[in-house]
Ligand binder design. Structure first.
Ligand SMILES: [Ca+2]
Length: 342
């Protein structure tokens, strides 16, 4: 409903926000008093609608109003309160306020131990890594050299492969319902392959501008797109079921990359860092952190020249072992996390 077309002299109502307390960011758990003042230059008010993140909260006719924003209800991350004031002649005005909420949880700090080292094909620009039925699968990127591989852990050699068409830059992969799901970097298209034959079965479209990491919790595909957002997607309809925003005690954490769902938690690489974070899939809060900086350094110098960033986490549910590697890394590591004394 956009005003002025019906009556050029009718003025938009303007709503101002006043938050109490007024802060740049709020710790999860705080209640915020949101005071709203709607001013009319002319006419009379029909309704004032309040929504948060596009979801309707309440409608009233009260020009001076207030409500309590419960941070625990909307969770961590950035949330938008929108107020739309509409006059009886249909002329309306919108205003927005952003509420930024940080986690109330201090992440558990881990160090790590290398349990075993395996060869990894240094030609692989690793974007997805996952175990299924005791077998390792890998999806790789770069145009003209994106593949899906089934790989023998001990030798690093492929036992099955599928090459993507040249224009596609492969991203994360995950296996669910006997299918391999794969994202692409900028084409906003996902591929679905038969797990046994590697035959391309179908495609799907997603809203994110870029596809990054992919995993699943046995029900939903779980996707990252380079932002702080992690999306839960129905694997049959491809509808977005919900999303979380990854947050620590101080900020949102962007560049969430390769993912792995491990025993009720999401593990994630943070792009261009050696950090691996553990995320609560219900809330987006970071519950654990480990820095794996020593891994790339442990690979000898001559091989290191072509290496790119740490990326790729795979958990074998049968053996309960965790593996990590990187883009163009010649090694794949089995690691174990050890909680620091803090
Ligand atoms: Ca993975």
């Amino acid at each position: 409903m956009n005003c002025a077309q019906s009556n050029s002299r009718s003025r938009r109502p303007v709503t101002s926000f006043q938050l109490d307390p007024q802060k740049k960011s709020y710790k999860l758990g705080i209640d915020i008093n949101v005071n709203l003042q709607t001013k009319l230059k002319d006419g009379s008010i029909d309704q004032i609608e309040i929504s948060v993140d596009g979801k309707h909260i309440t409608t009233s006719k009260i020009l001076t109003n207030s409500f309590i924003y419960k941070t625990t209800y909307f969770g961590v991350g950035k949330h938008i309160i929108k107020v739309t004031a509409t006059k009886t002649d249909g002329v309306s005005g919108d205003n927005y306020e952003e509420i930024f909420v940080t986690s109330d949880r201090k992440p558990t700090q881990y160090t790590y131990q290398v349990v075993a080292v395996y060869p990894h094909d240094a030609a692989r620009f690793t974007q997805g890594l996952e175990f299924h039925d005791n077998v390792l699968y890998e999806g790789t990127g770069q145009e003209k050299s994106s593949f899906i591989f089934q790989t023998e852990l001990k030798t690093g050699k492929k036992t099955k492969e599928y090459k993507l068409e040249d224009q596609y830059f492969g991203e994360g992969i995950t296996i669910l319902n006997n299918k391999i799901f794969e994202l692409t970097y900028k084409h906003q298209i996902g591929f679905i392959y038969d797990l046994n034959t590697f035959k391309l079965l179908n495609t799907w479209k997603y809203k994110s501008r870029e596809g990054w990491g992919l995993t699943n919790d046995g029900h939903s595909l779980i996707m990252s797109d380079g932002t702080e957002n992690v999306y839960f997607i129905n694997p049959d309809t491809f509808q977005e079921e919900r999303k979380i925003q990854v947050c620590n005690e101080y900020n949102i954490v962007k560049n969430i990359n390769e993912l792995e769902y491990i025993k009720g938690e999401i593990w994630a690489n943070i792009w261009q860092t050696d950090n691996l974070v553990i995320i609560d899939p219900k809330t987006g809060k970071i519950t654990g952190e480990v820095n794996l900086a020593g891994l790339s350094g442990s690979i000898v110098q001559s091989q290191e020249e072509q290496m790119d960033v740490l990326n790729g986490i795979a958990w074998n549910p049968i053996t309960d072992k965790i593996y990590v590697t990187g883009k163009w890394w010649p090694k794949l590591f089995e690691i174990k996390l050890i909680q620091k004394d803090n």
